[in-house]
Design a protein around this ligand. Structure first.
Ligand SMILES: Cc1cc2nc3c(=O)[nH]c(=O)nc-3n(C[C@H](O)[C@H](O)[C@H](O)COP(=O)(O)OP(=O)(O)OC[C@H]3O[C@@H](n4cnc5c(N)ncnc54)[C@H](O)[C@@H]3O)c2cc1C
Length: 405
């Protein structure tokens, strides 16, 4: 049986998030956050009070035990409200990477960061990318060496979201380091995951990058110079970090799909209002077929994307809850979501801005924030487009067709 209905709980959550956003995340507020480069503390606390931060982790760890479909509903609403994408980034990073950290971490880490982050009293992000490259996770150079019951970390992670937030409110990042030499043909083995608190002695935060969009959340570097972590801060088994990282990416990419859906929906709605109001040659511009056809195309693609996102969310839930699918059966759908959603949302913002003429090019119009923000996902936050294509082709053709090992 195919059922396209959300549950009553999911509908209630959607309503509650929409109502909260109407008050707390107005377009004026988003513009202010975009100019000031900061998500106000009360917004982060508000997300915690609503139960949205780390909502997919068990209640006894401070979460809401929500499934991924429900998390997608929340991501969609946050994308609808904050078209600049800063608050949705905070939401998705904490949910995807908080989930994987919580699933495999020690009780000590849970106490130190997970329970706090769920309330908005700490931040948890992901630190995988290095200056040498982000796509090739197996090639990372950050080294972890065990000494007694401690790990000594050296290296540098860069383009890391939330470095300033972690510094300000506490918390840190799920970090991946090489703890054993790469094996020929299996470089992904020998990587281990850790929780790295930002205030660890030997850890320094590099400068905040000046980016083009999602201005209210920071992106910076994390430099480790003999940073010492107790073994309790290892996440998952030694040598299994690559697999945990892939699990985190899967959930993050799904939430990005839902965020893009919400943002594109909002852009389209703002566009429809404009098409009815704006007159040219004596008619509302919505009367002209040249524009109507574009609107119809955008809407049809949006609905196709909605089906893909929620079908994939359902598969992801079935994978976790009922083991109906294996991770490899779901991964190509998740990559399809990450491949299609940012480029499509970017296109909607671009087209609606064109309908709006000169106004669309000004900061009086909210849409330019969306174009800048969505570009972060389009260019490659949580994985580039080519990496998604590679995953899909690998699953369709077989691993022997991978062009790299
Ligand atoms: C706004 C923003 C926030 C970010 N936040 C975080 C964060 O919080 N934590 C974190 O760890 N990282 C973060 N990143 C980094 C992100 O994960 C990387 O940008 C991404 O993984 C790509 O790595 P790269 O930029 O080094 O590009 P590269 O890996 O150097 O790739 C460059 C280009 O080559 C292409 N390419 C690479 N390999 C192949 C191949 N085999 N076949 C075809 N094409 C290929 C890529 O698709 C891309 O177009 C963030 C990035 C951005 C833009």
């Amino acid at each position: 049986m195919v059922n396209f209905c959300f549950t009553e709980e999911q509908e209630l959550l959607r309503k509650a998030v929409r109502e909260w956003c109407k008050k707390e995340l107005t377009l004026e507020k988003i513009r202010e956050m975009d100019s000031k480069g900061e998500i106000p503390r009360e917004i982060i606390k508000g997300l915690g009070d609503l139960g949205l931060l780390l909502m997919t982790i068990p209640e006894e760890h401070g979460g809401a035990n929500a499934d991924w479909t429900t998390a997608c509903v929340a991501a969609e609403e946050l994308g609808y409200a904050d078209v600049s994408i800063a608050v949705p980034v905070l939401f998705l990073v904490e949910n995807a990477w908080g989930f994987v950290t919580d699933k495999y971490c020690s009780e000590r880490v849970r106490e130190e960061v997970i329970r706090k982050a769920a309330k908005g009293d700490a931040f948890i992000g992901i630190a995988s990318t290095e200056a040498g490259g982000g796509s090739d996770v197996a090639a990372i150079k950050t080294a972890g060496v065990k000494e007694g019951n401690q790990w000594i970390l050296n290296g540098e992670k860069t383009y890391i979201s939330g470095t300033e937030e972690a510094k300000k409110i506490g918390g840190g990042h799920f970090l991946i380091a090489r703890t054993a030499p790469p094996l020929p043909g299996a470089a992904h083995k020998g990587l281990t995951a850790f929780y790295l608190p930002i205030n660890t002695p030997g850890v320094e935060i590099g400068k905040r990058f000046e980016e083009m969009g999602r201005m209210a959340i920071s992106t910076g570097s994390i430099i480790m110079d003999n940073a010492r972590l107790p073994d309790d801060y290892r996440v998952g088994e030694e040598g299994k970090g690559f697999y945990l990282t892939m699990e985190g990416f899967d959930n993050a990419r799904l939430l990005i799909g839902a965020t893009c859906l919400g943002a594109a929906q909002r852009a389209l709605e703002l566009g429809i209002e404009y098409l009815k109001e704006r007159k040219a040659f004596g008619n509302p511009i919505g009367k002209y077929q040249g524009i109507q056809f574009d609107l119809a195309e955008m809407w049809a693609e949006l609905e196709a994307l909605r089906s893909l996102v929620y079908r994939t969310a359902w598969m992801n839930d079935e994978k976790y809850k009922n083991k109906r699918f294996t991770p490899l059966e779901v991964v190509k759908y998740i990559s399809a979501v990450k491949l299609k959603a940012p480029s499509f949302a970017f296109k909607v913002f671009e087209h609606v801005m064109l309908w709006m003429g000169a106004w669309g090019y000004t900061k009086d119009c909210p849409l330019e924030m969306g174009l800048r923000g969505i570009m972060s996902y389009y260019i490659g936050a949580e994985g580039t487009m080519n990496i998604q294509r590679t995953v899909i082709a690998r699953e369709l053709l077989g691993r022997e067709y991978l062009s790299y090992k």
